[in-house]
Design a binder for this molecule. Structure first.
Ligand code: KG4
Ligand code: ZN
Length: 339
């Protein structure tokens, strides 16, 4: 990201078009300042479900099919002509290389073609800022919890991030997905496990809560524990296992987030990413924050899973401070949020 050499209009209204194609969702959004004019998401769940996970080449081919259609629809919903767009943004990492390339190439092509700035946005920053969608960013400790990442971050302001803890193996969403697969449930696994856990308190099986004294997370031990547990079970155990898995993951996410907030002496906790859709997690985090005198701000459920509105929001925050990216900036599948 660089101070733009092009003259950016930072005072009046600005219109941003963003693409998100980091994994298996193709998404396009149009944002005027803080107001969302259009947000289109094409899910590829049906295409990947039969493989029990995302197949990169299938994902990128589908992005190519979906993106032009969504682009047209987003512009129509926003009642905007493409010539009126002030800047084009895309997720440039982290994610699947062949998927990232599609969205970034389209945004770069449009930026070059229409002579407008290009903004390369970190997918994690999109999630991280999404609880503030349309609002001013306040300092906070943030739990970003998705299929590919689990981290706590001290957010001082836009582009001022310090990672507190991160997973040393599987992400929480990945743990939900892999355990769901062991249980013969569909993909993505998080919503499936939540559904089967609905009427169970989660106390039946005492599953591991790894690394209790660390700021980092580890979920692969939980997956292994479930793998060894399943052959020993008889009868209808699905609800008990799902609820116990959910309880173990939620316990760890809540306790480490609260500890991080205390350590960094913030008043506000935020939570985003696909796993933050989970109702048990939202309930437990709400209770824990209340108990510790912390305010909690969560991304709305439609903003938790992958979408382009959060990418457009991060882009406009940067654009308004005069930042843009070079069209020579490459995608980075391992792009870090901060050191
Ligand atoms: O943020 P996201 O859409 O994509 C990534 O950036 O990874 O997150 C997807 C992840 C998947 O692992 C999915 O199982 C999980 O979020 N997820 C959930 C729920 N909804 C989605 N996990 C637990 N409970 C849910 N309700
Ligand atoms: Zn995501």
């Amino acid at each position: 990201m660089q101070r733009s050499s092009q003259r950016l209009n930072t005072s009046t209204s600005q219109l941003v078009l963003a693409l998100e194609t980091s994994c298996d969702e193709t998404a396009v959004a149009v944002l005027r300042d803080r107001k969302l004019l259009a947000s289109e998401v094409a899910s590829q769940i049906a295409e990947h479900e039969k493989f029990g996970g995302v197949v990169p080449e299938v994902a990128s081919r589908n992005h190519l099919v979906h993106a032009p259609r969504l682009l047209e629809r987003a512009l129509r919903d926003a009642e905007t002509d493409i010539k009126q767009i002030d800047a084009f943004a895309a997720t440039n990492g982290p994610g699947l290389a062949s998927s990232l390339m599609i969205g970034a190439s389209i945004a770069k092509g449009l930026a070059i073609g229409f002579g407008k700035p290009y903004l390369a946005i970190n997918h994690l920053e999109g999630h991280l800022l999404s609880p503030f969608f349309g609002e001013r960013i306040e300092p906070n400790v943030s739990l970003v919890v998705s299929g590919g990442h689990t981290m706590t971050v001290f957010v001082r302001g836009v582009a001022d991030y310090q990672i507190i803890g991160r997973t040393v193996d599987d992400a929480a969403g990945e743990a939900f997905d892999k355990i769901a697969k062991l249980l013969g449930l569909g993909y993505p696994g998080g919503p499936e496990i939540e559904k089967h856990a609905a009427n169970d308190d989660g106390s039946h099986f005492d599953l591991p809560r790894s690394m209790p004294d660390s700021e980092n997370f580890s979920f692969s031990g939980l997956k292994t524990a479930v793998r060894y547990l399943l052959p020993k079970l008889k009868g209808d155990y699905l609800a008990d296992v799902c609820a116990s898995v959910q309880a173990a993951i939620v316990d760890v996410l809540v306790s480490k987030t609260i500890a991080a907030a205390k350590k960094h002496d913030v008043d506000l906790v935020t939570m985003s990413g696909g796993v933050s859709c989970n109702r048990k997690l939202r309930k437990r985090m709400t209770e824990a924050c209340k108990q510790h005198g912390l305010e909690l701000k969560t991304a709305e459920p439609w903003l938790c899973t992958d979408n382009a509105a959060m990418i457009a929001f991060a882009a406009i925050l940067k654009l308004q401070t005069g930042l843009s990216s070079s069209v020579t900036e490459e995608i980075d599948p391992n792009l870090a949020l901060a050191i």
